[in-house]
Design a protein around this ligand. Structure first.
Ligand SMILES: O=C(CO)[C@@H](O)[C@@H](O)COP(=O)(O)O
Length: 233
């Protein structure tokens, strides 16, 4: 039996949540889980439909980017996951989907503005959309550069990846992460719901106002203050 069996199982279970939550169709996404003690992460294989995915299909990668164990090709997004795991050492899991509303904001190259308390319950910032990649980045090591596109955008905006656990990539789709892969999956579901609400709000009223700062802080603190559920986690 593999020394990575528990890690593969955790990765498999996180991936299987994505179709269950309506966040992916066919092969449109991937989730990964890191084990920092062993210096590896587990990721979904490329092009394997969720319907047929099995725990043993999960690929184990070194943080340096080499296949450690697995019979299948790792996800085409593996290098993006590796860049984030290597630079944000507090994160335990990453999820990439093409969920409809979040991806529509990404394709429109727009941040998701903070319009209501559902959004403020989770984060106090607009959900950032990183700009389109330059041609040279696309022509180069594209998936590695995609990771840097995320890191650079967080640095440019002064955002903390602990406070903002999600990003949209222009022309592409969202990535989310968390201290655990379960939190990364949760964040993908929250992102899709917030994206849908924001789309509907902007459609009903194109000049919909941004949520007041006082309400943003009030709602965030209720969920994340010292005595709150998330504040204790
Ligand atoms: O972003 C994309 C495609 O646009 C990929 O995440 C998606 O097709 C899933 O690819 P993999 O099956 O993980 O290689």
């Amino acid at each position: 039996m593999s020394q990575y069996q528990d890690l593969k199982q955790a990765c498999y279970e996180a991936n299987m949540q994505l179709p269950k939550l309506g966040l992916v169709l066919f092969t449109f996404g991937n989730a990964s889980v890191v084990d920092r003690e062993q210096g590896v992460f587990a990721i979904k294989p490329s092009g394997v439909p969720y319907d047929t995915l099995r725990p043993d299909d999960i690929v184990i990668m070194s943080l340096g980017g080499k296949v450690v164990e697995g019979t299948k090709r790792p996800s085409s997004d593996t290098k993006t996951h590796a860049v984030l795991f290597n630079h944000w050492e507090h994160i335990g899991g990453i999820v990439h989907t093409h969920s409809t509303y979040a991806t529509s904001w990404a394709q429109a190259q727009l941040d998701i503005p903070i319009l209501g308390t559902t959004h403020a319950d989770h984060l106090t910032a607009d959900i950032p959309c990183a700009p389109p990649m330059a041609d040279a980045m696309i022509a180069g090591d594209y998936e590695h550069q995609t990771g840097w596109q995320i890191l650079n955008e967080f640095q440019r905006r002064g955002l903390s990846p602990t406070e903002v656990e999600m990003v949209l990539l222009s022309n592409h789709a969202p990535f989310t992460w968390g201290k655990t892969v379960e939190k990364a999956v949760y964040n993908s579901a929250v992102l899709e719901e917030v994206a849908r609400m924001a789309y509907l709000s902007c459609t009903l009223r194109p000049d919909v106002p941004r949520l007041k700062d006082a309400l943003i802080q009030k709602h965030y603190d209720r969920k994340h203050g010292v005595n709150s559920y998330y504040g204790q986690s």
